[in-house]
Structures are given as C-alpha cells and as structure tokens.
Ligand binder design. Structure first.
Ligand SMILES: Cc1cc2nc3c(=O)[nH]c(=O)nc-3n(C[C@H](O)[C@H](O)[C@H](O)COP(=O)(O)O)c2cc1C
Length: 210
C-alpha cells in the first residue's frame, strides 16, 4: 500500500505542567474544512505513538504486546484525497488503505446525530489475539487501558499544538468497522479521538525542529 512518510516530530516548546493546565476537550467551533498538515500529524503521532529504536514506545503496554492499532479516517489531510490510513509506528508513516466512499460524510461516523466538527477520526482498534494468547480475558482490560494511555498522549500533544482534539466514544461501530474493513472476530474499534482545527479554544504553541 502507498506509504506517506511523516516529518520527524517537532520539539514542543512547552512545559508539561502548562500543557496539563491548558488541556481540555475541543468544543464545537472547529472548521472541518481546514486541512491538517503532515508536519502536525508527524508531531502528533510521532510524539504520542511512534516506536523507538529499541521497540519501546512513549506509552505503556501490558506485556509489551501492543495490541492497539491506530487508523485515521480523514477528509482533510494536506495534499491527500479523503481516505482511510493506518499509522505504522515502526516506520513513522501513514499507510494509505483506500479512499472514502464518494457520498460519505464524515459526520456519518456518529452513532447519534452530532454537531461535533471533525476532519479526521483517529481510531484505536484492538487486535485481541495479540494480548489474549498471554492474558486471556484480562486482555480486554489491557486493551482499554492501553488505548487510554495512547489517547492521553494524543490529547496532550494535540493541546500543545493548538489542535482541536476530543475523546469520542460516540462513533457507530458498524460504520467504522466497514470503513476499516475489520474482521470483528479478530479486531475491533475500542476508542477514538476527533481531530479538527480552527476552534481557537487552545492557544497555539510555538514548536521548533528537534
Ligand atoms: C472515554 C471517553 C469517551 C468520550 N466520548 C465522548 C463522546 O462520545 N462525545 C463527546 O462529545 N465527548 C466525549 N468525551 C469527552 C468528554 O465529554 C469530556 O472529556 C468531558 O466533558 C470533560 O471535559 P474536558 O475533557 O474538557 O475536561 C469522552 C471522554 C472520554 C474520556
């Protein structure tokens, strides 16, 4: 599948204590027509989720098994047509899976009608067997906890970058499973984050190259 290499993450010029004080879930005033740049995604996904050279990541995982995968359903990524992407944390790249259906409206992702603006839904799925082979039923808990750790990284980095990010459990499982072509016996969506820009609820933050 086509790979879109992401720029190296920019260093955040903000103290963690300041980011934590500023953090809040994005509201409803974002503009879904503003594209997210590859540099923003490179920083957001790279700092939050990328695998380090020693295979460790910036979030914990039960047994280091990393059962959670990350996908982006997006209508507005710089220079890309609306599509579904997989984030590959080992090579820090997006893998373009397929285009979104032509009549698809990203709001169709909501289980109930919703005015939350989004241009991208970042979806976490659990590949159950990766963890259940070792942990049995406990793998369910592990997967949810891991998705929570990953979410918090994304929410804090997103806040530092001035992006509008919001945890979002209100997605329609069937729609998301179809868009990602999931075999739900093996892999299921467990959580998601909406991404948008232009809401102006968080001050923008200065970043510089690492
Ligand atoms: C697991 C989880 C699921 C959430 N799902 C939704 C959702 O479906 N729709 C929504 O508008 N907000 C959702 N939120 C955001 C919460 O409404 C928000 O975190 C809460 O109102 C507190 O506001 P704050 O994050 O700005 O502190 C969710 C938050 C969490 C942690």
């Amino acid at each position: 599948m086509p790979r879109i290499p992401l720029p190296a993450p920019a260093a955040l010029d903000t103290k963690l204590s300041d980011i934590l004080k500023r953090r809040r879930s994005a509201g409803f005033s974002g503009n879904p027509d503003i594209p997210t740049t590859l540099q923003e995604l490179g920083t957001l996904l790279g700092l939050s989720l990328r695998a380090r050279e020693n295979a460790h990541r910036n979030y914990p995982s039960g047994g280091g098994l990393y059962p959670i995968e990350t996908y982006l359903i997006s209508t507005q990524i710089e220079s890309e047509t609306p599509a579904v992407f997989h984030y590959n944390p080992s090579i820090h790249a997006l893998e373009k899976l397929w285009g979104l259906p032509s009549r698809f409206n990203i709001k169709d992702i909501a289980k109930h009608p919703n005015s939350l603006p989004l241009s991208t839904l970042i979806v976490f799925t659990s590949v159950w067997k990766r963890s259940s082979a070792k942990y049995g039923d406990l793998s369910y808990l592990h997967a949810l906890l891991e998705a929570g750790h990953m979410s918090e990284n994304l929410l804090l980095v997103g806040c530092a970058l001035g992006l509008d990010v919001r945890p979002y459990a209100g997605f329609d499982d069937a729609v998301v499973a179809r868009l990602l072509d999931l075999d739900e016996e093996e892999e299921q969506a467990v959580h998601s984050i909406t991404l948008c820009k232009g809401g102006g609820i968080q001050e923008s933050n200065t970043v510089h190259e690492d």
